[in-house]
Design a protein around this ligand. Structure first.
Ligand SMILES: [Zn+2]
Length: 82
């Protein structure tokens, strides 16, 4: 299992499992399920564990886990760790 972080450019991040349909191993939504050669803009990873991926959000104002592939829990809100 690998994990990816998506940043929307507005200080908001979302952590996904690589296999999530919104993530597709960093290719993004609707791109297909094959592992891409390069990540789409906004994506970073892969991270080997969820805790490593969650540690990448410390510079963001808001961040949460994906509500589809993970539990949807907030990691940061308004610049504070949750
Ligand atoms: Zn997801």
């Amino acid at each position: 299992m690998t994990y990816y972080l998506y940043e929307d450019g507005n200080d908001m991040g979302t952590v996904h499992e690589g296999s999530c349909s919104d993530c597709n191993h960093g290719a993004g939504q609707g791109v297909g399920i094959e592992k891409p050669d390069t990540l789409s803009p906004g994506w970073s990873g892969p991270y080997e564990t969820l805790s490593i991926a969650q540690a990448q959000v410390s510079h963001l104002r808001d961040a949460k886990c994906c509500g589809h592939c993970l539990d949807g829990a907030w990691l940061r809100r308004h610049g504070q760790d949750c």
